[in-house]
Design a binder for this molecule. Sequence first.
Ligand code: G3P
Length: 223
Amino acid sequence: MKFFIDTANLAEIREAHGLGVLDGVTTNPTLVARENITTRDAFEKHIKTICEIVDGPVSAEAVSSSADDLVAEARTLAAIDQHVVVKIPMTTDGMKAVHRLSEEGIKTNVTLVFSALQALMAAKAGATYVSPFVGRLDDIGHRGMQLVEEILDVFSNYLFETEVIVASIRNPLHVLEAAKMGADIATIPFKVIGQLASHPLTDAGIRSFLEDWRKVEKGMSLK
Ligand code: G3P
């Protein structure tokens, strides 16, 4: 299972990379806006810097509406670095763009996927990745992880090469369920990556071992 980090924050990406668990990065316009990036040039440089930190796929989102504009924007984004994957919204124009980009060898991540049929359409159009947004479904009272299960089930019936990125992750249980289902990738916020490595019993155990070791050291210093 691959772990991506869902952020545009360079410090978070560097920190997660240092843990040795990072296979890629996903960004979106909201995450980029949090980094106070205000010019196109600064945005492209930022994406390039992320690509230099992480030796893996880095999703950058296209924001055009028409297929022609999405293709033109995707070409510009893909030219930033060989690791750039272009995020394309799940619309009919998006699908036309994905189809054309796949023929050009430009990798795509179809985003804002909320049904298994959308994922099937994206895979048939030639998407490299599809991103079901589980947290946003949970937010409105649906079961986000059920969608992932359905997509994996449908894809397993055929020979699609499209990989499933579990996105909009809110908590460690989303990651655990994704792993149990065999999802290809989870794109995880920085805070949740930290939570994956933590357990209160680990912390309590370290504290009590340290206290006992101080007693041993005290005894040693008396000799
Ligand atoms: O990868 C998709 C993600 O960025 C959306 O997450 O938390 O805005 O639903 P969220």
